[in-house]
Design a protein around this ligand. Structure first.
Ligand code: AMP
Ligand code: ZN
Length: 464
């Protein structure tokens, strides 16, 4: 069966045909590293990790390249650096913020079972590529210099008579309407009110680099051109899949397409544009002011990362998702059960009933329904399918051990008490053996006496 993906640009599901089956290329916009990532940010990470795994399954691990950038130059980073490290020179403070936040991001997404992308480029390491794209855009008449800024003109793009796509095609907007509806207090150096910044001057103390387009003053890049530059460097002028959250379609992705297509005289930047829907928490938009802002880091204190992963994948990636405590508890019970019955089983091939819905535009909710059926029919296929989806990174014992840690029960202490009880029973001191059993019951631990294969008495335990 073939893979079909919904493409935001053509607004339909299309059969996925890689440009080069030996080198399948995907770019996903990554985090701006100034603060802990929230659970909404985890959605593209998990969704595109599933796609990365599926592509590797279909084309071979060595033939898929996944690039997810780190945006480490941004006003929010500068503000955070000045606030958190007032004693340091701004550039050093910025390095502190981006390094700490970057490490935290990795710890969080590793715990979610997400594979590291093939490349994780940093914006500050691709300034030369940004300058080159900007120079090409100025030379081509798509961008101009004004007051030490370089601005891109969507109107110049749409006036060009060439292969270029129409500005506004990805986000399904008309440039004329954008022009008519634009704010009136547009910066005076802009020729058109929809022109956007490719490069701007740095304020004293801010990170700065030599400018493109013959500008003498030092400056720094605009956000959109960062992704055009990093995608170009690592995936080329034209590649297979570009992804991100639905909020990025406009202006970020519209502007990426404009920059890349105009710089390289291309009709397209990516063959498929994929966008995940938004996440809200307990039916409300997540926001700091509503007090329901939930970081991945906080959630991982209460839930194993795989529970967060399963909970995310229960909803199809293009639908909005309502993140609730009730659903998390359900996801936890499901994984407890799957770990118990299948984590230590030799994994078989992923089941067709799981792979087929994934091939249909990543229908993870149907795939999960199929997993529930396999639970009662074929645990070996259940194990193989769960591994394909990025689950079962632990053994059943590790999962169980984590559960006991979470409930405050120390497994080695229980084992010690069970051994003492066995010794008491062996010397027929039933008063003592009953006392130990009662002590364990008080801890919420239930003992089960049985025999092993050789007929020797064994005691196992579980939490009540
Ligand atoms: P940001 O750091 O805000 O640029 O976001 C990083 C990624 O997370 C982008 O792909 C966003 O589209 C995505 N994202 C941010 N908030 C949410 C949300 N509430 N639900 C789903 N995706 C989100
Ligand atoms: Zn981007």
């Amino acid at each position: 069966m073939e893979l079909r993906l919904y493409d935001t640009l053509s607004k339909e599901k299309r059969t996925f045909v890689p440009l080069d089956a030996n080198d399948v290329r995907m770019y996903v916009c990554g985090p701006t590293v100034y603060d802990f990532a929230h659970i909404g940010n985890a959605r593209p990470v998990i969704v595109f990790d599933v796609l990365f795994r599926l592509l590797r399954h279909l084309y071979g691990e060595a033939h898929v390249k996944y690039v997810r950038n780190i945006t480490d130059v941004d006003d929010k980073i500068n503000d955070r650096a000045a606030r958190d490290f007032p004693g340091l020179p701004l550039n050093e403070a910025i390095r502190e913020v981006t390094e700490q936040t970057g490490q935290q991001f990795h710890a969080d997404v590793d715990a979610l079972g997400a594979l590291r992308p093939s490349v994780e480029p940093r914006a500050t390491e691709h300034i030369a590529e940004m300058r080159e794209i900007i120079d090409r855009l100025v030379a081509g008449g798509f961008a101009y210099v004004a007051e030490d800024h370089v601005l891109f003109s969507p109107q110049a793009m749409n006036a060009a008579n060439s292969v270029l796509p129409r500005y506004g095609a990805l986000s399904n907007r008309s440039l004329d309407e954008m022009v008519a509806g634009a704010r009136v207090d547009v910066a005076p150096y802009k020729r058109g009110n929809t022109d956007f910044v490719l490069w701007k001057p740095s304020k004293p103390g801010e990170p700065s680099w030599p400018s493109p387009a013959g500008i003498a003053a030092q400056g720094r890049p605009g956000w959109h051109v960062e992704c055009s530059a990093m995608a170009w460097k690592h995936l080329g002028e034209y590649f297979d899949i570009h992804g991100g959250g639905i909020d990025l379609v406009f202006p970020h992705h519209e502007n990426e397409v404009a920059q890349t297509c105009c710089a390289f005289h291309r009709e397209r930047m990516a063959n498929y544009w994929m966008h995940n829907g938004f996440l809200q928490v307990e039916s409300e938009k997540m926001s700091k002011s509503l007090g329901n802002f939930t970081t991945i880091h906080e959630l991982l204190k209460d839930w194993p990362g795989e529970v967060l992963r399963l909970n995310m994948l229960k909803t199809h990636y293009r639908s909005p998702i309502d993140w609730t405590m009730k659903s998390l508890e359900e996801s936890k019970r499901t994984l407890d059960d799957w770990y118990r019955v299948a984590a230590d089983v030799a994994p078989g091939q992923p089941a067709a009933s799981v792979v087929e819905p994934l091939l249909d535009d990543l229908n993870t909710s149907l795939a999960i329904a199929a997993l529930h059926s396999l639970r009662n029919s074929d645990v070996s296929a259940l194990a193989g399918s769960l591994r394909l989806l990025g689950f079962f990174s632990e053994s059943a014992a590790q999962w169980e051990g984590r559960k006991q840690q979470a409930t405050g029960v120390d497994a080695s202490e229980i084992d010690r008490l069970i051994a003492e009880r066995a010794a008491a029973r062996a010397r027929k001191d039933f008063k003592e053996s009953d006392r130990i059993r009662d002590e364990l019951v008080a801890k919420g631990v239930v003992l089960k006496d049985g025999k092993d294969a050789a007929g020797k008495p064994v005691t196992t335990w579980e939490l009540a």
